[in-house]
Design a protein around this ligand. Structure first.
Ligand SMILES: [Zn+2]
Length: 154
């Protein structure tokens, strides 16, 4: 796809039900298998737009506990404010949910990729029962050093 949307002119709202499997090559931190969006871009003011909806992706990753490959499903509830990157704003603090782009040449891919990387899980776990047991043991081991330090302090 990768075509520009001119937010300065189009009709609103813009509904984007996209198959985003083609973003596979643009995501280097995950092995994307499939994905879709149901997003809606609405115009709030002349320079302010909102993008709300859902981005759902399936990818393949490695369980950080047992190191087995595991499928992961991620659903992101997006609620993003879009501002023009040409007008770099009086307000210094940029809240995370604000996305900056040229409104005349808006690329929804950039927003989707940003949302995926911001919401990407920091912990990947498989659903294997045996793996969960392993995790309990791991947690116990982790707590132990603190207990030892506390014992020393007492
Ligand atoms: Zn596992």
């Amino acid at each position: 796809m990768n075509k520009f949307i001119n937010l300065r002119e189009g009709k609103f709202p813009i509904i984007l039900n996209l198959d985003i499997a083609y973003l596979k090559d643009s995501i280097d931190f995950a092995d994307l298998q499939s994905g879709h969006t149901s997003l809606l871009i609405a115009k709030l003011t002349e320079d302010l737009f909102s993008c709300k909806g859902e981005i759902a992706i399936n990818f393949q990753d490695r369980c950080q506990s047992c190191l087995k490959d595991t499928p992961v499903h991620l659903t992101i509830d997006s609620n993003v404010i879009i501002k023009d990157s040409d007008i770099l704003l009086e307000d210094e603090e940029k809240p995370d949910e604000t996305h900056f782009q040229k409104l005349k040449f808006f690329e929804i891919e950039k927003l989707i990729l940003e949302e995926i990387s911001l919401n990407f899980p920091s912990l990947i776990r498989c659903k294997d029962q045996n793996c969960l047991k392993l995790e309990d043991a791991f947690v116990e081991e982790k707590i132990q050093p603190f207990k030892k330090i506390r014992d020393l302090l007492d």
